[in-house]
Design a protein around this ligand. Structure first.
Ligand code: IMP
Ligand code: MG
Length: 188
């Protein structure tokens, strides 16, 4: 393990990596709790988990294994940030779902809600496909930044304003493979 100048041990040595915001053990424990909640709430109607790529791929993998129901999984890819750290407000579906949502109990699995613009767009888009129900499970919510007030049924952690990396979250496609979440120190 590399250690950054402030004493934080990192998965690999990179000047971009700042202090850890949520460590690996905390993330794991919280995902197990979320999985238990979903297991309870959907006991009689196994949900279809819709993973929003790319950021939610690691969260989805852990969450799906924490749910003790025969869930189905599908993926959609959206692009909202490009290579920058600020939301453009414009969301583009890069890859659509394979499964028809009509009559399904859908849980939308998101990595992080910042402005909420991506979520507002996705919710509207998925709701139009007539699922029996539609809820959101977001691993992180950035405090106080939401331009829209979306109802989030399941939230892992509320995190402070700093841009973060790891556990699926990237800057310009890098650092998704960090097993924890830390602050970004560079500029983008
Ligand atoms: P929103 O549309 O502003 O809510 O932004 C949501 C999307 O932006 C997420 O799905 C992420 O892909 C990306 N994003 C927001 N904040 C961060 C961050 O701190 N690190 C990495 N990606 C982020
Ligand atoms: Mg991203």
């Amino acid at each position: 393990m590399a250690t950054d100048p402030s004493g934080f041990a990192h998965h690999f040595a990179e000047p971009d990596l700042g202090p850890v915001v949520v460590g690996e053990d905390k993330i794991r424990a919280r995902i197990i709790e979320l999985g238990a909640e979903i297991t309870r709430d959907y006991a009689d109607r196994p949900p279809l988990l819709v993973c929003v790529l790319k950021g939610a791929f690691i969260f989805l993998a852990d969450l799906a294994r924490a749910i003790r129901l025969p869930v189905e999984v599908d993926f959609m890819a959206v692009s909202s940030y490009g290579a920058s750290t600020r939301s453009s407000g414009v969301v583009r579906i890069v890859k659509d779902l394979d499964i028809d949502l009509a009559g399904r109990h859908v849980v939308l699995v998101e990595d992080i809600v910042d402005s909420g613009l991506t979520l507002t767009y996705l919710r509207r888009n998925l709701a139009a496909r007539q699922p029996a129900s539609l809820e959101v499970c977001a691993l992180f919510v950035r405090q106080g930044n939401q331009k829209t007030h979306e109802e989030l049924r399941y939230v892992g952690f509320e995190i402070p304003p700093a841009f973060v990396l790891g556990f699926g979250l990237d800057v310009a496609e890098r650092y998704r493979n960090l097993p924890y979440v830390c602050e970004f120190r560079g500029s983008a």
